[in-house]
Design a protein around this ligand. Structure first.
Ligand code: SF4
Length: 282
């Protein structure tokens, strides 16, 4: 009995499948709820603060205004289930706000927002590649001085080591592909702005060749996902990421039983309906 295919692939889902097919299945197919994480929630908050900053007129994009935007973002997040679910006490909430404020401050060491001409913020794009729907959110799309597109992706996690840089850049070509399919041209530059302890900007210049390359890779990954769904064969792949995996208790690589995760699944779908029909018939 085949598993249902995910409805689409995003850059994070592609990475998740490559990192560990079983964790991908638990998350993207079985949709087992995961607890909110501090880094992800902080990332949401800092992204929102920078989005608000770029709504301002260029001359008003100052460090002081950015901190006001962060306070607005924190206020919005205070009732959001992702933040509420962290159950922070006063000290932890103050630390969350202070760490976010440092990231927003670091942003100004990397570029001058007054010189940026954004044409899209938190832009949701989807495109069709054969039977695969790809989707992604571009944090900031702008025009450079020559009128060419530039894609910016903010990162609030740790910056990659030189050895990891190329694999991180592999993901950014995904955005180039989305621009080509949806906007009709590839960007002249895609940049990752790291706002963590070692702030830095990593830039790549996509080409038609690199964009075609990512389309081919996505096609291959989609075929692998289709095969895995068809055979219900998603294998665990141990790595350092297991230390943060929410599904470790169900993982056979750590003595767990994946079938026990089934009761937590919130996946609607024909397979469950069929299972229920079989029970009724019995
Ligand atoms: S614990 Fe590791 S191997 Fe197991 S599902 Fe999670 S990431 Fe995969």
């Amino acid at each position: 009995m085949a598993l249902p295919l995910p409805t689409s692939l995003s850059p994070s889902k592609v990475s998740a499948f490559k990192d560990c097919a079983l964790a991908f299945r638990f998350s993207a197919i079985d949709k087992i709820p995961e607890p909110p994480s501090m880094p992800a929630t902080r990332g949401t908050t800092v992204h929102r603060a920078l989005e608000l900053l770029f709504v301002e007129a260029p001359a008003d994009r100052t460090p002081q205004r950015a901190q006001e935007c962060l306070r607005t973002a924190l206020e919005e997040m205070s009732t959001h289930e992702e933040y509420v679910g962290l159950e922070l006490d006063d000290a932890a909430a103050a630390d969350f706000a202070a760490t976010s404020a440092r990231m927003v401050d670091r942003y100004f060491t990397l570029e001058d927002p007054q010189s940026i001409t954004p044409i899209g913020l938190e832009l949701f794009l989807t495109a069709q590649l054969g039977s695969l729907t790809v989707r992604g959110i571009i944090d900031r799309l702008e025009l450079d001085q020559d009128g060419e597109l530039v894609v910016t992706d903010y990162k609030t996690g740790r910056a990659p080591s030189p050895a990891q840089e190329q694999s991180r850049l592999g993901g950014v070509h995904f955005y180039s592909l989305l621009c080509e399919r949806v906007l009709g041209r590839i960007p002249s530059r895609v940049q990752l702005i790291y706002l963590g302890d070692q702030p830095q900007v990593i830039t790549t210049v996509p080409s038609e060749q690199s964009t075609r390359g990512v389309a081919r890779k996505l096609d291959a990954i989609w075929s692998a996902v289709e095969r895995a769904c068809d055979k219900e064969d998603f294998r665990p792949r141990r790595s350092a990421l297991c230390n943060w995996c929410n599904f470790k208790a169900f993982c056979p690589a750590f003595g767990g039983d994946p079938s026990q995760a089934a009761s937590l699944s919130i996946r609607p779908g024909p397979q469950r309906a069929l299972d229920l029909a079989a029970v009724d018939a019995g």
